[in-house]
Design a protein around this ligand. Structure first.
Ligand code: GTP
Ligand code: MG
Length: 324
């Protein structure tokens, strides 16, 4: 009989050490990759693509409840715009300052995606709003089937672990990690009479994470509450974010940058050639806009501005209305 890894959902197999689900003996319950990740923090990349994710979405039974997770630092609802039955969950609230109210976040999302059944802003790590979330899950899942879906690293498996720990008497822990594609196939668990199905995440092909080493992924990922950094920009100048991003500005502005506290931001003159030969992204911003550099940071601009951003990688950089 085929058996699945309890940590990542891969089918356990003894044939190919390079493939997901490899174990020395089928007596084991977790694959070697999960074992090494959990015990030594060693990450092994897997070959997943969005086909796998889209296949899972397509096969979700019509009457199942979809719980779609998106990180507060990386709000992305593009993939669920055509789905009904979605309970929208904004994760990792603990990474933004406590002064940021849930209502503000909900307002912002309601404007871009009003189609949700319900919404909750949570932090799995801080157990924030999980009682309210489980009550909503119970309210909307008449079919008793709940699919947890979302982008990679949005915190799906961490949430499932917390739900199991807080609201069932089972002791099971799915593998979680700071690296993308930790979960490789669907994992079904029970809370009372409800089936909760954790799934692999959707991969953004233009994410900066695709270009960075594991060490750098760890470095740029915020782990604690972000301390926003404010700058009063005067006339022409440049900001350099950790030697990865250069931002040229041409007028006065007040900006606030939200990114991992350990990353450096330095000011320099426009004539400094650093990163100037790299990919260029130009924006003419009206008042109260954010620039989002996916999986790295977002920057809140108060006034109208023209900026040029340079980055060694071809990544997703976009503008949106002020988020908070
Ligand atoms: N600060 C903070 N970090 C969180 C929270 N939830 C999850 N994380 C972190 O986010 C990272 C990804 O968590 P996972 O639960 O593995 O995410 P996932 O969505 O299952 O990822 P894939 O399986 O790769 O699709 C881990 O480093 C978690 O510790 C949270 O509420 N707050
Ligand atoms: Mg996962």
């Amino acid at each position: 009989m085929t058996k699945k890894c309890m940590g990542c959902g891969a089918y356990l197999q003894t044939e190919d050490i390079e493939k997901e689900g490899y174990v020395e003996s089928l007596d084991r319950d977790t694959c070697e990759r999960c074992f090494k990740l959990k015990n030594y923090g060693e990450y092994k990349e897997v070959n997943l693509n969005n086909e796998d994710f889209l296949k899972i979405i397509k096969n979700i039974p019509k009457n199942a409840l979809i719980v779609y997770l998106t990180s507060i630092l990386n709000i992305n609802v593009d993939y669920i715009k055509n789905l009904n039955n979605v309970l929208l969950v904004i994760t990792k609230k603990d990474l933004l300052p406590k002064s940021v109210k849930d209502g503000k976040i909900i307002n912002y999302i309601s404007n871009i995606y009003p189609n949700y059944l319900d919404i909750e802003v949570i932090s799995s790590i801080k157990n924030y709003n999980l009682d309210s979330l489980i009550a909503k899950i119970k309210k909307y899942c008449s079919s008793k089937k709940v699919y947890i879906i979302g982008m990679v690293n949005s915190g799906k498996s961490t949430l499932v672990n917390k739900l199991i720990k807080n609201y069932s008497d089972r002791e099971i822990e799915i593998t979680t990690s700071i690296y993308p594609s930790t979960t490789v196939s669907d994992i079904k668990l029970e809370i009372g009479d409800i089936s909760i199905i954790d799934t692999p995440g959707l991969i953004s092909k233009d994410s900066i994470l695709n270009y960075l080493t594991l060490k750098d992924i760890k470095r740029i990922t915020p782990k604690k509450e972000i301390k926003p950094r404010s700058y009063q920009l005067k006339g022409n100048g440049s900001l350099l974010i950790d030697n990865i991003i250069r931002i040229d500005h041409y007028c006065d502005n007040n900006i606030v940058i939200y990114l991992a506290n350990n990353l450096n931001i330095t000011k320099m003159g426009l004539s400094n050639p650093k990163l100037k030969d790299k990919n260029k992204y130009s924006f003419n911003l009206s008042k109260n806009k954010d620039i989002v550099i996916e999986d790295l940071c977002f920057i809140k601009f108060t006034d109208k501005s023209k900026i040029d951003i340079y980055c060694p990688y071809q990544i997703n950089i976009y503008e949106r209305d002020n988020f908070i």
